[in-house]
Design a protein. Structure first.
Length: 296
């Protein structure tokens, strides 16, 4: 057979799957860094505008001298608009050049001037919340609001589902109890009473008990209660080869009524919001006699 060309061609390698995760993880850091940089730039701009304004230049020069950062410029060479900077790279220079060549000293002196005048350095830049810093704050608020909205909607949905389930379970208990009592009353009179309606109502109730929400102890109690519901089968027509007489059938029906009353209360306990530790009926070692199981 001829060799198929291109069968060994390498497929282009896919990029790492964790790249989007890495980008999402670094996005808050980049946003925060950009916001801080924008805030720093805003404060620097405020200093330049405020301290180099004509009405504040004299204050800036005087403050530089008082703080020992510079010395007065000699006579007509510099005047009030210049300072003499000590050091080998110093000399007489205008305030604009001094601010540009010695930014650290300028920021220190300008902050002192603004503080003395009652101005907070960078206040103008920070008040409006503009720039990337304001964007980062706004994005954080929007994200927080979105998360809270989703959580609130989910909580409300779960609460609504539980309320609906509770109403359905209560209705199923009442319907099962009603049909069961009718069946028991007829069984006392006629041993061959139809059991189909009772079976349907019991199936509906056991299905809803299987959907009871947590915690785990409550779910386990609901399953145990569903398994122990009476009238899983029709009540006996005879026992040990002897037909049951009306008084025997009444005893059977009364035993089922007792079980039915107790388990109806236990379903009500399942609907309570607080965890019950746990139902009295769940401690019984077995089912009551003639609860509707298999009979001879």
């Amino acid at each position: 057979m001829g060799e198929r060309r291109g069968s060994c061609a390498r497929r282009p390698r896919k990029g790492p799957r964790w790249t989007p995760v890495l980008l999402l993880g670094t996005l808050p850091l980049l946003t925060a860094t950009a916001g801080q940089a924008a805030a720093d730039t805003g404060r620097s701009d405020v200093r330049l505008v405020y301290c180099l304004a004509d009405e504040h230049r004299g204050e800036l020069g005087d403050a530089a001298v008082r703080l020992g950062v510079a010395r007065p410029a000699p006579g007509p060479v510099g005047g009030a608009d210049a300072v003499r900077v000590p050091g080998r790279k110093g000399g007489v220079m205008p305030l604009d050049d001094w601010a540009d060549k010695h930014p650290g000293d300028f920021e220190r002196v300008c902050d002192a001037v603004m503080a003395a005048a009652g101005e907070a350095p960078g206040a103008s830049a920070d008040q409006g919340g503009g720039g990337l810093g304001g964007f980062a704050d706004g994005a954080l608020l929007l994200a927080t609001g979105a998360v809270l909205t989703v959580l609130g909607q989910k909580t409300e949905r779960i609460s609504a589902e539980r309320r609906t389930h509770g109403r359905q379970l209560t209705a199923a208990v009442l319907e099962f109890r009603r049909i069961a009592w009718l069946y028991l009353a007829e069984y006392e009179q006629v041993a061959e009473t139809d059991h189909a309606e009772v079976a349907r109502a019991r199936t509906t109730l056991t299905g809803l008990l299987a959907l009871v929400p947590g915690p785990a102890a409550r779910r386990a109690a609901a399953r145990l209660l569903a398994d122990s519901l009476p009238l899983a089968d029709r009540l006996p027509r005879s026992r040990e080869g002897q037909l049951l007489q009306p008084h025997d059938r009444k005893s059977e029906a009364d035993a089922v009524r007792t079980t039915l009353d107790r388990q109806t209360r236990e379903v009500g306990d399942l609907l309570r919001p607080a965890l019950v530790r746990w139902l009295p009926g769940s401690r019984h070692s077995g089912r009551p006699t003639s609860a509707g199981g298999q009979h001879g």
